[in-house]
Design a protein around this ligand. Structure first.
Ligand code: PEP
Ligand code: MG
Length: 626
């Protein structure tokens, strides 16, 4: 484990991140306020005394290299696996004490760890290395490090960026984390202990593992400051889910903060103030109170109706990527699922999910939604991600084209391999007997894709009925995603063949601007506020209205409250977004009037660049939404 070498000299505490100082004018002691910066995780501000925890050094892997006995090492490894599984079980048991959204975040991570400890590549790799003569410790270290590096190669050799790179980094962290747990169990080295930590203290540590974060009690720990980590890692995700303000990647924190020192942690701005001056403290106390009030207000939103101040109803639904997110939907007050991405069924599986597996899953979700509709999108495989299940079935398109996003993606892949679509449609149709649902086709570019898929849909329904399987009386609505410029520009024709349209601005932006949504190199060009994208949205909504075809929008921008009045002004009455965004969007919906949204829409469409559009939206937000 590396220890920070930074001295206490503040201006040089970090390369890139600067520490600033300010005198404490009213302090009897001559202590100086010190500001450190790091990565924010965005959950408010906390004030409290510092509790500094230094980790024990990692075990020495060179120990015991002589006199190794293969069977003994295998036995020790098995024992460490059993201990690790049992510790994860205890963590799992603790989850019930946490808020529901935290249960989901942490629960899915514990599942990942448990899968790694089961019959997996990791297990096979460690056993092979032991057979080659390594100690259990060295075998675990080398295997988990090799898997981590394969997931996220070191700088230079790495391909990909943006979301993909962040996911790869998280995967690498998962391997290293499980490796550390196994090593500590092999050598009986204790884990991070918070024994003796006073309630309301601020934990200052070199690094916080996700599983350590899972053990933190949000009612006892006011905030976290860590020298390592980053805003997109699992530790950050967990702290965010637990609602604990935190600043990560704060270089030199251990040297700068002594135990008991008063600390302000601003998780929104990524600032840590040690020994704050009195004006800093006053400001921080104001922020703590405002944050608590805001949370309360958003909590109340769940029960309020989603209507504009002028009375028109706007349907707010949730996008769902994993069934485990279900509790978040209930908490958010979303009225159903506007987009169920079914890719999860194919990603973590060695076999293609059969009809029954899919049916049980869809039926469970539909039942949980009660009278609210579930929109199930059939598989949107892009070819850019590996899927063991599709590869084994000989259906993967990976590596066959230089431009996977322009290749056999979404409905194109499904129509090329209709058996895949038939199985999924049969499962969805069977779930239609349980409650209201609708079917959505991804990546449509031509009318024929809708008509060909609908033929299959109706044929599958006839077959099921012949066999006496219970289905909904009328076939569930059959809709198309509008996420390519071709679909947007011919939305009128598509609207005549689809029962509803769903605008997917994530891909629409990518294809309209020729800017990969996952590439950091073109991130500044990837902008849904580009007039080209906004005009397409407006055209799609108009075409849908003309043909009386319901239309919704389910790209990421649906969850951005600053855009809400614009989307309403462009004519949308149905938005689907990540569940946690629903309360804030509803707050905006309830505060704006329809006529002013329409005026805003016209003004925005007259603008010619996205910066000017953002300025108009911000001015509207300041004037109308307070
Ligand atoms: C979209 O493209 O906007 C969309 C909702 O689909 P996905 O993000 O799953 O591609
Ligand atoms: Mg899409």
């Amino acid at each position: 484990m590396k220890h920070s070498k930074q001295g206490t000299e503040r201006a040089t505490a970090d390369s890139g991140r600067r520490a600033h100082t300010k005198e404490r004018p009213h302090s009897l002691e001559t202590r100086t306020e010190q500001v450190l910066t790091g990565e924010s995780i965005g959950v408010g501000v906390a004030i409290g005394p510092a509790f500094v925890v230094r980790e024990d050094p990692e075990p020495d892997l060179r120990e015991r290299l002589s006199s190794l006995n293969r069977e003994e090492e295998e036995e020790r490894f098995r024992d460490a696996v059993i201990r690790s599984i049992s510790q994860l079980g205890k963590l799992q048991a603790r989850l019930a004490l946490l808020p529901e959204d935290s249960q989901f975040e942490i629960g899915s991570l514990l599942d990942v760890y448990r899968r790694m400890l089961g019959p997996s590549r990791l297990q096979r790799g460690v056993t092979r290395r032991i057979a080659e003569g390594l100690s259990a410790e060295a075998a675990v270290f080398e295997e988990t490090e090799a898997l981590a590096q394969a997931s996220h190669p070191p700088q230079g050799a790495r391909a990909g960026s943006g979301e993909d790179a962040a996911a790869a980094r998280r995967r690498a962290d998962e391997f290293r984390e499980i490796g550390r747990r196994l090593l500590r169990n092999l050598t009986r080295t204790p884990f991070l202990t918070l024994r003796g930590m006073p309630d309301g203290a601020i934990l200052v540590t070199e690094s916080l593992r996700p599983s350590d974060a899972a053990l933190i009690d949000p009612s006892r720990v006011a905030a976290v400051v860590s020298e390592e980590g980053g805003a997109t890692g699992h530790t950050a995700i967990m702290l965010r889910a637990l609602g604990i303000p935190a600043v990560l990647a704060v270089a030199g924190a251990l040297d700068a903060v002594s135990g008991g020192a008063e600390v302000v942690v601003d998780g929104d701005r990524g600032r840590v103030v040690v020994d704050p001056a009195s004006d800093t403290l006053v400001e921080a106390r104001g922020a703590v109170a405002a944050y608590a009030q805001e949370r309360q207000k958003l909590g109340r939103m769940r029960r309020l109706s989603s209507k504009l101040a002028s009375g028109e109803k706007v349907l707010l639904q949730a996008n769902l990527e994993l069934p485990a997110e279900l509790p978040l939907i209930a908490q958010s007050g979303a009225a159903g699922i506007g987009l169920l991405r079914t890719e999860f069924l194919f990603i973590n599986s060695e076999e293609l999910p059969d009809e029954t597996t899919q049916f049980e899953l869809y039926a469970g979700l539909v039942e949980a939604m009660g009278a609210d509709t579930t929109t199930i999108r059939v598989l949107d495989w892009g070819g850019e991600k590996p899927s063991e299940a599709l590869e084994r079935a000989g259906l993967s398109t990976l590596g066959e084209t230089a431009n996977p996003a322009l290749g056999l993606r979404g409905i194109r892949l499904l129509l090329k391999h209709p058996a895949l679509l038939e199985t999924q449609l049969a499962a969805i149709l069977r779930a239609s007997a349980v409650g209201p649902l609708q079917v959505l086709l991804p990546m449509v570019t031509v009318v024929e894709e809708i008509t060909a898929a609908r033929d299959i849909y109706e044929r599958v329904a006839r077959r099921l009925r012949r066999k006496g399987v219970a289905l909904a009386e009328t076939l569930p609505p059959f809709g198309a995603m509008i996420e390519t410029p071709a679909a947007a520009l011919t939305a009128g024709a598509l609207a005549q063949h689809a029962d509803f349209l769903a605008i997917g601005t994530n891909d629409l932006t990518m294809y309209a601007l020729a800017a990969d949504r996952a590439s950091a190199d073109v991130a500044s060009l990837y902008d849904a506020l580009h007039p080209a994208v906004l005009r397409m949205i407006a055209d799609v909504v108009n075409a849908a209205l003309q043909h009386r075809t319901p239309v919704s929008l389910c790209g990421e921008i649906a969850g951005d409250p600053i855009l809400t009045p614009l989307l309403v002004g462009l004519g949308l009455r149905s938005l689907s977004m990540t569940a946690s965004a629903v309360p804030r969007v509803k707050q905006v919906i309830r505060s704006v009037r329809y006529e002013e949204c329409v005026r805003l829409g016209r003004r925005v469409l007259a603008e010619t660049d996205s910066k000017a559009i953002m300025k108009v939206l911000q001015e509207f937000g300041n004037a109308e939404m307070g």
